[in-house]
Design a binder for this molecule. Sequence first.
Ligand code: GDP
Ligand code: MN
Length: 382
Amino acid sequence: MDLYEYQGKQFFATYGIPVSPGEAVRTVDEAVAAAERIGYPVVVKAQVQVGGRGKAGGIKLADDVHQVRTHSEAILGMDIKGHTVEVVWIELASDIAEEYYASFTLDRSAKQHLGMLSAQGGVEIEAVAESDPDALAKIWIDPVDGLTEEAARAWVAAAKLNPDATEGTVDILRKLYTAYTEGDADLTEINPLILTPTGAVHALDAKVTLDGNSVFRHPDYEQYEATQVRDEREQAAHEKGLQYVGLEGYVGVIANGAGLAMSTVDIVNQVGGKPANFLDIGGGANADVMAGALEVITNDPNVRSIFINIFGGITKGDEVANGIVTALGRVDITVPIVIRLDGTNADAGRAILEPHLSAKLQLAPTMVEAAEAVVAAAGARS
Ligand code: GDP
Ligand code: MN
């Protein structure tokens, strides 16, 4: 779950990380009113979930009410890398002495948290990592130990920040780590973290990705869920409670269980096809769930054939087969479907499907054969 900058800053503020005062608005008049309340100069910042807004003209300083009007008029509705600006964040402008970079993320291969800090902030960190890898001070943190003050201090020293920034940065890094762990984030990034001419350190930007599976622990995250930018297909699937990820290909995939769904995506690739999606219908493969899944998949104009891959465990093959038959009666499907049904009560399930089979609805005995059949059914068009 990706947050907008203004949401990230609100999230940071709840952990005591200093951010500039500001307001999120949707119209020019609201922008002007907000600036008048905040006081000048302000920065007008486009709220889109993509980096490099500054370069794209989505961030402008405004010294007075006229400039706020001009800039917010230009920025609201602007297209930044395919994202339309619907919200601008008006914040009190900061004086900048230096710009740094700080982030926490998970290093899966090290099985530890990874902190990155650099005295070269405000630019794309990938560029720094490439041109001057030594400018990026990394720290691996054992989640059991956490980030001690001592370790944070040594890390800041390694990054060679201005000594004036040391205290403020140590404090912010420890709070950012707490926000990252207690907040169940996958990423917390500040770029730039600034040192002001008066020696204060604070976050000028916020990039936060929260773990969508942690919403049950953080009821207030529902506000972030509500503003998620989803692909149209993903939005429809989400509304039906399906675990769906849109992909670029043309073979629709339905499977029960995330592991089987991933294997299905893999095997479609392996036999030379391109999956259109990942879709896990979970354990309850009844007619409603199956119909919902088929609707989501057939609404994708790229889909040319559908692979239903079910392994009955607790879910019984005959119940799944009845679900498929009922769902097919409800959803109008024009593309061919290949079903592989195995596991508990698979024979009974296949017997139920038998009378419905045709060139448009095939049953394949194994996963590989089903994959080959479904890719062939999609045709040679690419
Ligand atoms: P991004 O381009 O999408 O990463 O947006 P940022 O929020 O990081 O802003 C980009 C750049 O704009 C920063 O690196 C700063 O140089 C500049 N900037 C942003 N806010 C201020 C501000 O309050 N004062 C000044 N002087 N510059 C700012
Ligand atoms: Mn930035």
